[in-house]
Design a protein around this ligand. Structure first.
Ligand code: SF4
Length: 246
């Protein structure tokens, strides 16, 4: 009736999820998540949000989501900033190329739609009005986070950059959503893919119109603020160039 879409976070099979997603009692949440997913499927087809775990084999990952009949999913690179990035875990690009091949050459007409791949293809084809979002493209980021207590804030992904960026003073009881528009952090988030916020390297990059500099949180460092390319710059460049060859 209210046109609300349901999205469920599932990082993959039991192995992929159990060391990452926990209930408040610190027990692994996989079984509860799958119970919720199966109940929700009776009423609505939920979208899936999946944080990538490159320790999980791509075949295993793709087979899992096919087996549970996912119709639409978004794959997100793990949260990180320059100050928290693990250089030894830097194999995201290769992992995403393998996943793209599995998905692209899968002739099953019921295979999951994967937003990241569809967006990259649309952006390469010039359909920028229909693709992008926080991860890719040159569109504006129009998302506002409203917490269960009514606080209005920038998206929760930016929390990894430090609490001093959070906007604790806005609440839907006393404010309009537009009230946060003049906050510096919201300005940067809204314009994250525009030249006035991108760093010099991104502004001059040949895949800028597809990459858009990546997620804003991935550009943060204590020294430069957001004036950096993504921590996943190498991986993004690597997999976008490979997709383009396809
Ligand atoms: S690939 Fe790297 S340099 Fe190019 S736009 Fe993306 S983050 Fe910036």
């Amino acid at each position: 009736m209210h046109n609300i879409q349901v999205c469920i976070s599932i990082d993959g099979n039991k192995t992929a999820s159990n060391n990452r997603i926990f209930k408040t009692n610190e027990h692994a949440a996989y079984n509860s998540i799958m119970d919720g997913y199966n109940i929700s499927k009776k009423y609505i087809i939920p979208a899936i949000l999946s944080v990538i775990n490159t320790n999980i084999d791509t075949d295993e990952y793709y087979t899992f989501f096919n087996d549970i009949s996912v119709s639409y999913m978004d794959c997100l690179p793990p949260d990180s900033t320059y100050d928290k990035f693990d250089m030894n875990a830097n194999k995201l690009g290769l992992w995403l190329i393998k996943l793209f091949d599995l998905w692209y050459f899968d002739r099953n007409k019921n295979k999951p739609r994967i937003r990241m791949f569809e967006d990259a293809i649309n952006l390469f084809l010039g359909n920028e009005n229909y693709a992008g979002g926080e991860l890719f493209g040159r569109n504006f980021n129009g998302v506002i986070d409203i917490r269960t207590n009514g606080d209005i804030d920038v998206v929760d992904t930016l929390r990894i950059c430090g609490n001093n960026l959070l906007l604790a003073k806005y609440n839907i009881m006393y404010n309009e959503l537009d009230d946060i528009i003049n906050e510096d952090i919201f300005y940067k988030f809204y314009n994250a893919h525009q030249d006035n916020v991108l760093c010099k390297k991104c502004r001059n990059c040949i895949v800028k119109d597809v990459c858009g500099g990546g997620l804003l949180m991935h550009r943060f460092s204590e020294i430069n603020g957001f004036d950096n390319p993504s921590v996943y710059c190498f991986d993004i460049f690597y997999y976008l160039c490979t997709y383009k060859i396809h």
